[in-house]
Write a protein that binds this ligand. Structure first.
Ligand SMILES: *Cc1c(COP(=O)(O)O)cnc(C)c1O
Length: 457
């Protein structure tokens, strides 16, 4: 055989299989794949021909069918999405690596309808003139928190950066040393402060900060006092820290506003579900914070967003800063966030917001689901364990749960096989046993989970 026996692109294109490929992947991409495969075949043929000795059997060239089959797998690999839904059986409710909060049906619907068509994103239906995207979600946030004004941006990290840039560029910002935190993914409060142009004034020590530390730092003029929530760690032992209310009083005596970066910023009391207390947005408002920052996709259970609420005069400055345009929220986010906030306003979050629903599942409900899994699989043990919140919320906090414990030959190999499942299943291991927590598995994923487990057991 010589290279001249290799089918040409034109010949391949005339086949029915090629027509199917073009229908599925489009003509340009299909041509690309075929060219690449033929180039590879030619290169390999030439290499083999060079090392071929007289009298050796001739080198076989692939038949058209094989080339087209190869094109199919190449095209499938090229077009496979990298971002895929997974089943979270880890029990970590706000798993940052798994995309944090799953959304409510209403939030998904709201995002879907504004994404499909046009919307009044920046159009005033009353006057027929240009409107402002900043008003969406603002009135809901005002109603829920009592704040004078609100702004939604890309995430809480950008909310911090924007707030500091707008209110404290080249000016002093007073913050306790124990609050110079690093949140997951390399978000470091001191670095963000530097980036914003604010001058960091660290006060107190790692474990102790007194009101007098604030008062002496405020003897010199400052733009802001900032408090950052220690979302992912705790300081225990010989510690002291004044309450937000006292900090606010000291700051206001010096005529300096207080920014409270809550991070998670729950709108509800997490102790209700057996977790320790996470500072709520309402408490921060009551303590008199002038600006409060929190995430949309942590304990709130909405889409990725950063929420800035507080005094109108300060919010006006923040809204006018050029960075506000760079970190603004898009229409889908605003729609999804508004729908999520509405669940809180209508007092139906426990029923509708998946994150809250997962936290509020009773032990009896969880146990019932694990038992059903075990019965369906015909193996495994129902054992007690812990579910955690994660996602930079409630450090070390967990609530009791029930787990399905599976005994397998190699837990590591089993987990790897589960990750290759379609959809991938993410579980955890302990003492070489595989543990699956129903708390974070959405009810509609249960069927797929059980099929995936059965196929790999
Ligand atoms: C999580 C967190 C942030 C960052 O929030 P993102 O929405 O992830 O950008 C900022 N500050 C605190 C205190 C946090 O806990």
């Amino acid at each position: 055989m010589t290279l001249r026996d290799l089918p040409s692109i034109d010949q391949l294109l005339q086949t029915e299989t090629a027509a199917h490929l073009i229908a599925r992947f489009g003509r340009p991409l299909t041509l690309d794949a075929l060219r690449q495969i033929l180039d590879d075949v030619r290169a390999r043929f030439k290499l083999l021909a060079l090392s071929r000795v007289e009298g050796d059997p001739t080198i076989a060239l692939p038949l058209p069918d094989l080339i087209l089959a190869q094109a199919d797998s190449t095209l499938t690999a090229w077009t496979k999405p990298t971002l895929l839904p997974v089943i979270n059986a880890t029990g970590v409710i706000l798993h940052t690596n798994l995309g944090r909060a799953p959304l409510s049906d209403a939030a998904i619907h709201a995002m879907d309808i504004v994404s499909r068509g046009y919307s009044n994103l920046e159009f005033d239906l009353e006057t027929g003139k240009r409107g402002s995207r900043l008003i969406h979600a603002e009135s809901l946030l005002q109603k829920l928190t009592g704040a004078e004004a609100a702004l939604v941006v890309n995430n809480c990290a950008s909310a911090v950066l924007l707030t500091l840039s707008a209110l404290a560029n080249k000016k002093r910002v007073v913050i306790a040393r124990s609050q110079l935190v690093e949140i997951g993914g390399g978000f470091r409060v001191p670095d963000v402060m530097k980036q914003s142009g604010a001058k960091l004034v660290e006060i107190g020590t790692t474990n102790k900060i007194r009101l007098s530390d604030y008062q002496s730092a405020l003897e010199e003029s400052a733009a802001l006092v900032m408090r950052a929530h220690r979302s992912n760690f705790k300081i225990v032992g010989f510690t002291e820290e004044p309450g937000l209310k006292d900090i606010v009083t000291a700051a206001h005596q010096a005529d300096v506003p207080v920014v409270d970066d809550l991070g998670s910023g729950a709108l509800y009391d997490t102790t209700k579900y057996g977790f320790t207390h996470e500072p709520t947005v309402q408490e921060s408002m009551q303590a008199g914070a002038d600006i409060i920052l929190f995430s949309g996709d942590k304990l709130l259970g909405g889409p990725q967003a950063g929420i800035i609420i507080g005094k109108k005069t300060l919010l006006d400055k923040i809204k006018k800063h050029p960075l506000a345009r760079a970190v603004r929220a898009d229409k889908a986010c605003l729609a999804g966030l508004s729908a999520t906030l509405l669940h809180y306003l209508k007092d139906e979050a426990e029923r509708e917001v998946p994150v809250v629903r997962m936290m509020s599942l009773t032990l009896k409900q969880v146990k019932g689901r694990v038992e059903a899994w075990r019965d369906e699989l015909g193996q495994g043990d129902v054992v007690q364990g812990q579910s955690t919140v994660g996602g930079g919320s409630l450090p070390d906090e967990s609530i009791p749960t029930f787990l399905l414990e599976l005994q397998v030959k190699s837990a590591e190999k089993f987990l790897r096989a589960l990750r290759k499942n379609n959809p991938p299943i993410i579980a955890r291991t302990e003492n070489d046993k595989v543990l699956l927590d129903p708390r974070t598995v959405l009810p509609e994923q249960e069927g797929a989970l059980l099929v995936g487990l059965k196929n790999n057991l």
